[in-house]
Design a protein around this ligand. Structure first.
Ligand code: SME
Length: 156
């Protein structure tokens, strides 16, 4: 029997992440926990993970869930680079229509990338979610995930 389609309950997700990460200030521990909880909250999310700022204009992979993720992305490339470079959310309904999209998996059809800021507005990295479904993401997803990221990383 097919199980019902899983769709993120963001209030419940925010509460479980807050309790799991309460008092934690280690960046990798926070990223690993958030990637796991978000990934398993919604059937649209096929790859869920972080890219960390490791040098001037340079991102490197962090904790993630799903298949293979590319290791290094300069700010000048891809959807992740665009989010880091502009500090703006990138909601991409069709990755084939995004100039310079980096295909770590050929199955990806749509993508959502959010910049991650820490204390004093420092750019820590980006949070990337890929979906095998076309046009999978809504502005509501971006707004809810931005609030969870801000709450989780505000002390880092
Ligand atoms: N597609 C991303 C690269 C990372 S993979 O999706 C995990 C991009 O274009 O930046």
């Amino acid at each position: 029997m097919n199980r019902p389609v899983l769709h993120a309950d963001y209030a419940a997700l925010a509460a479980s992440i807050a309790s799991l990460t309460n008092g934690e200030t280690d960046e990798v521990a926070l990223m690993a926990t958030l990637a796991c909880e978000v990934h398993h909250a919604d059937d649209r999310f096929d790859w869920t993970g972080f890219y960390r700022v490791v040098g001037p204009e340079l991102l490197k992979i962090g904790p993630y869930q799903g298949g293979h993720g590319c290791l290094v992305i300069p700010f000048s490339r891809g959807v992740c680079g665009a989010a880091a470079r502009t500090g703006q959310v990138q909601l991409v309904p069709d990755v084939d229509a995004f100039p310079g999209h980096i295909a770590c998996a050929s199955s990806t059809r749509s993508e959502l990338v959010l910049p991650v800021f820490g204390a004093a507005g420092r750019l820590i990295g980006v949070f990337d979610i890929d979906s095998d479904q076309p046009d999978a993401f809504r502005a509501e997803d971006a707004a809810q995930l931005q609030a969870i990221l801000a709450e989780t990383f505000r002390q880092i």
